[in-house]
Design a protein. Sequence first.
Length: 482
Amino acid sequence: MAKKDKQQEFVTQITPRSEDFSKWYTDVILRTDMVDYAPVRGCMVIKPYGYAVWELIQKAFDAEFKRTGHQNVYMPMLIPESLLLKEAEHVEGFAPEVAWVTQGGTEKLDERLAIRPTSETIFCTMYAKWVQSWRDLPMKYNQWCSVMRWEKTTRPFLRTSEFLWQEGHTIHATPEEAQEETLTMLNVYRDLVENVLAVPVICGQKSEKEKFAGARATYSIEAMMHDGKALQAGTSHNFGTNFAEAYGIQFLSKDGKLEYAQETSWGVSTRLIGAIIMTHGDDRGLKLPPRVAPIQVVILPIAQHKEGVLDRARALKAELEKAGLRVELDDRDTYSAGWKFNEWEMKGVPVRLELGPRDIENGVATYMRRDTLEKGTLALDGIAGEITALLDQIHDNMLNQARTFMEEHTTVATNMEELEAGVQTGFVKAAWCEGRECEDEIKEKFNASTRNMPFDQSGMPSDKCVCCGKPAKKLIYFAKAY
Ligand SMILES: [Zn+2]
């Protein structure tokens, strides 16, 4: 088959993003071998290419959690029903999504066991046992695990019944310390999502309606996907003494008084992979941010049967790997060069290097960057340093492009018509009275929800609520959301 036909064949395997975003997403994740559907309803199988992205995310986040004073632990996945029932708001929030174990072997259990939808209840139970005095505080633990929520509609990485995540749970002596922790971890998330995943976010506080079940305050980072919808990419909660009172987490203070501990929790999940795909991907497929790309550079030897080409390509791979880069040498001779170009573009590898007899003669390699599709040449001498710098440039460019997109798709609304128009294509900033009825009405009419109230409350577009016209109290973002 001619090269042109092969390319054509590749392109037709992915539905254009502008034609059907949802179909595009499904085509991309399946065709790039990141994920597959599982025999269990609503669950996903993360394949090596997808899991490698998760491992790199984990590595970056875990290092930052440790740097900020947290330690990893592991809690059991089963939670006795009696424990789950202790905090009323929490159980009400999660009850519709809990999966239960009712039988062990042939024996029916005396008490049902929940498969954790989240682990506040078990962390609280253990903290109550472990904490006696103010000297034991703070306790700052995190766990990497899977959780299960019986979701009605699911989509790989975005919403699945079982997903991978981390959940940090900390307890502190004072409200100030707990609030500081809550905001510190939100900021850690913002920093990593922007500077590792190249996904820009807005940070702020969730409304009462949208906060975590059982929290006093929830803060979130919200990213904009390429269809203009919001994706909640991470949350950080301040529980105050809510859970501590329900679970009896008490300690003797410095002045010998028995006090309840102040608690926080925070989490990010495999949703972040969905965020990467839907922020950066294009009609050719994935566009992976260099810092979490399992393969950062793919080397394609050209006319590899000619003497010296493969040897030089192997030496180049070794040199780049020595500089700490993740490199693949595609020396398969069963595919044409054109086929390979298309495949690696689809898989989103940030830099492609071509190395043929003429390049070697001239002491150069030809590169193509996936973010802009620009081509150029690099001298083989000192190439590792050049590629490292190029990957940083690609990261910066991807972050800037995504930020520009977010800014261009954020509008301000002072009435319901403007709000309705704005949420069709992106985020809408509006003044809000803090009334639940207005949130409900907007959800009902436009299928848009409040995302968060930005920390910077300046620039309120009106002194009246966008929905009811009563005095406005907060600047808030509205959007359709995943
Ligand atoms: Zn209102």
